[in-house]
Design a protein around this ligand. Structure first.
Ligand code: ACO
Length: 399
């Protein structure tokens, strides 16, 4: 109900770009996306090749340091991370303070924020050694915090990390192991999770990464910045979509609604219903990550005994959508989270953990972007402008 061009005249020359549809806030040498062609590359390497040949740990190194590691560099990175998995015992006390049914995402963001209070010797964003230390601490401790948030929500005891295991194996054991029983690692499961983490590892200036940068632009420390990123990721329009997709598929299954009927509701925008897991701000083509997940979903579900009925519903929704004018005109394709939830579920994770898994995957991206920003001489504090639409000047009433 207001005239934007008039407001612009009042404010002087500013760009009015809600949602930053067309505003580049930074230069970056980390991740390349071509949304029209469905291309994603980390440091120049196509996501398909990394998915096939790399590991999450190696991809994390690549994102953070810019080049693939030599075997020795990878070994050192791995060993340093293994040495930092233990959480301070007082930090563990935090988990007891949350209600039992707490969602693990705010537990994760709170505990990551609290790292600034426990590890005060690595908070200086411009001290190279401290930045290295907080990088390794975050990579090591965030998956442990994530597993504890899960254990907390199901009322099971928290195990100590086992540093004979790598980051992903340790996370699986901490999530599913029990104190009195040896945990039998399923290598297929570890491989599948490792792949999904690679696919989530960075995605240039998305909502959570931009949040990490905006908070960091005030020279806030890495823990504080990443904690804010986790909060941004929690929303259902961003990382929370993977949880929302599974809830949507479940609803369709339990009500016995035909996928066609659900699609009609979406197209008529009934009650604001969206086809969750579809659409993307940048991809106007098939999300290359979704392609990889879809190709592996069948194999993984067959091995893990996942819910094929839900996969069938998902595939029917996709098939309908890709042939429908509403979706074609708006260039809406499945994004990475359309199929991931089905796999997480088959692995044994409850829905509430899905976005936490996304956060573990996105961590190296957040760290790499934060570090790039701190090193960039062009960095300035993030401070958008506004167009004021409130009351004009008025006098305080005399009473
Ligand atoms: N289902 C139905 N319609 C949709 C969907 C969808 N999933 N996504 C977009 N549209 C429609 C919009 O209603 C709009 O229609 P209109 O032109 O008739 O008004 C049009 O397509 C354009 O969509 P916008 O919302 O303007 O696109 P934007 O770039 O702002 O939003 C977003 C992108 C948030 C991802 C959106 O597509 C969405 O809400 N998708 C569902 C949630 C989701 O899956 N999020 C995960 C994103 S990927 C990630 O974070 C890993």
């Amino acid at each position: 109900g207001f005239d934007v061009s008039k407001l612009l005249k009042q404010t002087g020359t500013v760009t009015f770009d809600p949602g930053f549809m067309n505003t580049a806030a930074t230069t970056s040498a980390i991740t390349y996306i071509d949304g029209d062609q469905g291309i994603l590359r980390y440091r120049g390497y196509p996501i398909e090749q990394l998915a096939k040949h790399s590991s999450f740990l190696e991809t994390s190194y690549l994102l953070i340091y810019g080049e693939l590691p030599t075997p020795t560099e990878l070994e050192n990175f791995d060993q340093r991370i293994r040495r930092h998995t233990l959480l301070h015992e007082d930090l563990k006390g935090f988990f007891g303070g949350f209600p039992r049914d707490a969602h693990p995402m705010p537990v994760l963001s709170s505990a990551v924020s609290a790292l600034s209070t426990f590890y005060q010797d690595s908070l200086d964003p411009f001290d190279e050694e401290q930045v290295e230390l907080s990088t390794v601490r975050l990579m090591a401790k965030l998956p442990v915090i994530a597993a504890y948030a899960h254990k907390k929500s199901i009322g099971q005891p928290m195990l100590y990390p086992d540093n004979s295991m790598n980051l992903v194996e340790n996370f699986m054991r901490l999530s599913f192991g029990l104190p009195a029983e040896p945990y039998e690692m399923d290598p297929d499961l570890v491989k599948a999770l490792d792949l999904l983490l690679i696919l989530h590892a960075d995605h240039e200036q998305n909502c959570s990464t931009s949040t990490v940068r905006l908070v960091g632009s005030s020279n806030a420390n890495m823990f504080a910045s990443v904690s804010a990123g986790i909060s941004a990721l929690f929303g259902p329009l961003h990382g929370g979509a993977n949880e929302a997709v599974l809830n949507m598929l479940r609803d369709i299954q339990s009500t016995g609604m035909a996928p066609e009927t659900f699609m009609e509701k979406v197209k008529n925008k009934e009650d604001g219903v969206k086809l969750m897991g579809f659409g993307h701000r940048v991809y106007k083509n098939y999300d290359p990550r979704a392609k990889i997940v879809k190709a592996t979903a069948h194999d993984i579900l067959a091995k893990l005994g996942g819910n094929d009925e839900l996969l069938d519903i998902a595939m029917r929704l996709e098939e309908k959508a890709l042939a429908d004018d509403y979706f074609i005109e708006r260039k809406l394709y499945p994004n990475v989270d359309f199929y991931t939830g089905l796999i997480y579920k088959a692995m044994g994770f409850p829905e509430k953990m899905f976005t936490v898994l996304f956060a573990i995957g996105r961590l190296p991206g957040w760290i790499a972007q934060w570090r790039e920003m701190m090193q960039d001489p062009q960095t300035k504090i993030g401070r958008p402008r506004q167009l004021y639409t409130g009351a004009p000047e008025r006098d305080y009433p005399q009473r």
